[in-house]
Write a protein that binds this ligand. Structure first.
Ligand code: NAP
Length: 289
């Protein structure tokens, strides 16, 4: 477990969930980690965990929707470590609702973070990689929702299908710089963002989900981190422009699932809690710089 010794990884949104899982996996493989996030407490906690693994970590305050902030973060990463080998455009938010009443602000926030934020992250990291001339690996976190959607998740899906397509163009564009670019489409992964989808252990949604997922469980951040590690390491050298689903087989069982009323009730309660949490980032999204 040391395929990334001497490498530096820049992972947006690594203060929580999937991003933290990726940071810890890449650190275990030997990489030093830069953590641009709006959640500074979460980012510091991830940095402490990276340090405990014997690697160095740099916490950076950056909103991925801000060109200036993400450019500064990528520059600070290179100034500190002298290189930038791996970039993971992971930070994302979920805005859901009916087309009849989604506010233009919710729509704009969804686009600004999940689509523009991925573009700005990849641009900032790729500019540094091209300048340094050592090649690089870029991974963008899309979603299974690039292939499936619903009457409330369509805005989120629009951003994720955009990411899956952008990596194909960027693979063409950045190949001459020896930079590979790929996307991952996670299914339901147990994180704060997906609390409403993953359900609580022993809850109604959780058990429905486990039943209809062929591998019989909800995903964990480390599942996705393993695939990032593959894409970032020697075995991933010939992969570029790909969108790889990692969902325990959920994709093909989705349509056959009829939610039971208890699961719907539980989902509404958990979504309410997630919405409250997202309110705290509104001021940051209004300060896009
Ligand atoms: P999470 O637990 O909410 O973590 C996301 C992290 O990104 C948080 O630290 C969050 O800060 C930060 N963040 C949010 N907006 C940001 C911004 N504008 N600039 C910088 N940082 C920002 O979410 P997750 O479930 O790990 O999701 C990570 C990625 O995986 C997202 O792109 C998501 O769409 C994708 N994904 C997740 C699932 C799933 O089931 N979990 C499935 C498919 C795809 P705050 O905590 O302050 O908001």
């Amino acid at each position: 477990m040391s395929q990334l010794i001497g490498k530096v990884a820049f992972i947006t949104g690594a203060g929580s969930g999937i991003g933290r899982g990726i940071a810890l996996r890449l650190a275990r493989e030997g990489a030093d980690i830069c953590i641009p996030d709006i959640d500074q407490d979460g980012a510091r906690m991830t940095a402490d965990l990276v340090t405990q693994l014997g690697r160095q970590a740099l916490v950076l305050k950056a909103n991925v929707a801000s060109h200036m902030q993400i450019q500064t973060a990528a520059r600070d990463c290179v100034n500190r470590f002298g290189r930038l080998d791996i970039a993971v455009a992971n930070a994302g938010i979920g805005r859901s609702g009916s087309v009849l009443d989604m506010s233009p602000k919710d729509w704009q926030d969804q686009i600004d973070v999940n689509l523009t934020g991925v573009f700005l992250t990849v641009q900032a990291a790729a500019q540094q990689m091209a300048r340094l001339g050592n090649g690089g690996r870029i991974v963008c976190i899309s979603s299974l929702a690039a292939l499936n959607t619903s009457g409330t998740m369509w805005a989120y899906s629009a951003t994720k299908v955009g990411v899956a397509m952008m990596v194909r163009g960027w693979a063409q564009d950045l190949g001459p710089h020896r930079i590979t670019v790929n996307a991952i489409g996670p299914g339901v992964i147990e994180t704060p963002l997906a609390a409403g989808l993953a359900g609580e252990p022993l809850g109604a949604i959780r058990s429905s989900l486990e039943t209809r997922t062929p591998v019989g469980r909800v995903g964990q951040p480390d599942d996705i981190a393993g695939l990032v590690n593959f894409m970032a390491g020697p075995d991933g050298a010939f992969m570029s422009g790909s969108y790889v689903v990692m969902d325990g087989g959920l994709r093909d069982s989705r349509g056959s699932w009829e939610p039971d009323p208890k699961a719907v009730e539980e989902q509404q309660r958990l979504f309410g809690r997630a919405a409250e949490r997202q309110m705290k980032m509104q001021p940051l999204l209004d300060d896009r710089g």
